[in-house]
Ligand binder design. Structure first.
Ligand SMILES: [Zn+2]
Ligand SMILES: [Zn+2]
Length: 88
């Protein structure tokens, strides 16, 4: 056996990352998934995305999970609580 068998590498497993998990991640814009900036005090993340100008709209209610964690911008409306798109 002159050449050893190539190591048995499993094909790249395209484990579909949970799309919703990404959206729900803290510090990430649920619409464009850009990183959010922190408030000046360094406490919480801003409720505004500097990349796509989406803002968290406390007046919008998510029909899926019933919380007011909907972000709204030119890309649409997505709930940060459950990660689902919100139809307005
Ligand atoms: Zn954004
Ligand atoms: Zn929701």
């Amino acid at each position: 056996m002159p050449y050893p068998d190539p190591p048995d590498i499993p094909p790249p497993h395209h484990h579909h990352p949970d799309r919703y998990a990404q959206v729900k991640q803290s510090g990430v814009c649920p619409l464009c998934l850009s990183k959010l900036e922190k408030t000046r005090k360094g406490g919480r993340y801003q409720w505004r995305c500097s990349a796509c100008s989406a803002t968290r709209r406390r007046d919008l209610l998510c029909g899926s999970c019933g919380t007011h964690r909907v972000w709204y911008g030119k890309l649409g409306a997505v709930c940060k609580g459950c990660g689902k798109a919100v139809t307005l």
